[in-house]
Design a protein around this ligand. Structure first.
Ligand SMILES: *Cc1c(COP(=O)(O)O)cnc(C)c1O
Length: 359
């Protein structure tokens, strides 16, 4: 029985399903959870660097007080790092938090939101929460078809959202292609570039913060400490936007959502970024090794620019995925489309490659 009168749009939504934990998968298949590997949520397999752990531990003794709602020190540190004005910087409860704030600030019921698809599964959730209209533009060869994205924009469009690199396919576009798109859409459409995986990109794709935002105030760039920086559980996302956009987005930030531990840990991570780069380099080298191994094994894999690989298996997805899980390798299936596999430690990646080879 439904108590109360939920909004129709929310009542019709499926519950959020996070990537499966090793415990859940082990339970289902009668495996030893300690022996299963989790490659399903694009997390960093390595713990944060020591100075970050110390900063978070030190801040734990201060959580009786509310933190700084505006994350002032963190925003200033980000502005200095990125070379932008502090009024252009926003922080949120993960970049998914900022994304939801953008939807809440800009999308009225009936407004259209355009994005390539398949892409990040949070986008349709935010469309439903706000009562917007999803305009999903099919990928071509696992990558964005920027002409079709531009052509999908109408007078009802409020947002265009591009995950670059794209989740789950790992493909990426150069900032010049984004500029061409921005020049084709009206100035009052926000183009959101979701760069959750930017730090893993090892080819020159340009930088929307320096190459786009100065000339195009309708471009919003989102980044996060969750993936490359290994702080997924802290929940710090940040963005660069026009100050007027930052002002609207800030109005709908849940009070103190960027919590005190998150702020202290993220500040320490910025200070330790040279050390973090070593971890990132290790992961991108592993990614490249896994891609080569997969292609050598006859698997079709698009170029991988993030910390995961994409197996576009189509109809075979639903047969390969349970087989990997039975072997204790927990990955992320997109039923009927493909399987996304996060890059883990070398031993975890070997487990995945061996499991796949056994099929
Ligand atoms: C993982 C991911 C995010 C989000 O992460 P937060 O932890 O909320 O910062 C955002 N965008 C994409 C495309 C992602 O894959």
């Amino acid at each position: 029985m439904t108590v109360g009168r939920p909004r129709a749009t929310v009542a019709a939504m499926a519950p959020y399903r996070p990537g499966k934990s090793t415990a859940m998968a082990a339970d289902e298949h009668g495996l030893d959870a300690a022996d299963a590997v989790k490659l399903s949520s694009n997390e960093n397999p390595y713990p944060p660097v020591a100075s970050v752990v110390e900063a978070v531990a030190a801040a734990a003794g201060e959580v009786n007080r509310y933190g700084d709602h505006g994350a002032t020190e963190l925003r200033h540190a980000l502005a200095g790092w990125l070379g932008v004005d502090v009024a252009q910087v926003v922080t949120g409860c993960g970049s998914v938090g900022l994304l939801q704030q953008l939807f809440l600030s800009y999308v009225d019921p009936g407004d259209e939101v355009v994005y390539p698809w398949p892409s990040f599964e949070a986008y349709p959730v935010d469309v439903r929460i706000t009562g917007g209209v999803e305009v999903a533009v099919p990928l071509v060869d696992h990558a964005f078809d920027m002409d079709s994205v531009a052509a999908a924009v109408t007078p009802r469009t409020k947002l265009v959202v591009l995950a670059n690199p794209n989740n789950p396919t790992g493909t990426a576009v150069h900032v010049d292609e984004i500029r061409t798109l921005v020049e084709r859409v009206p100035d009052d459409v926000l183009v959101v570039v979701d760069e959750a995986y930017r730090e893993f990109v090892t080819v020159d794709l340009g930088d929307p913060v320096t190459d786009l935002v100065p000339d195009h105030p309708n471009v919003v760039v989102l980044r996060t400490f969750s993936k490359a920086y290994g702080l997924a559980a802290l929940r710090t996302g940040y963005g660069v936007a026009d100050p007027s956009v930052a002002e609207q987005v800030d109005k709908v930030l849940i009070p103190f959502a960027v919590n005190h531990l998150a702020q202290k840990g993220s500040l320490a991570a910025i200070a330790a970024r040279d050390e973090v780069q070593v971890v990132i380099d290790r992961l991108t080298a592993e990614r490249d090794r896994v891609v080569v191994a997969l292609r050598d094994g006859g698997w079709e894999v698009p170029d991988a620019h993030a910390n995961f690989v994409w197996l576009p298996l189509g109809g075979r997805t639903d047969e390969v995925f349970p087989e990997l899980e039975r072997q204790g390798v927990v990955v992320r299936p997109f039923p009927g489309v493909g399987i996304r596999v996060t890059i883990g430690t070398p031993a975890e990646n070997d487990r995945f490659l061996a499991a796949l080879a056994r099929l």
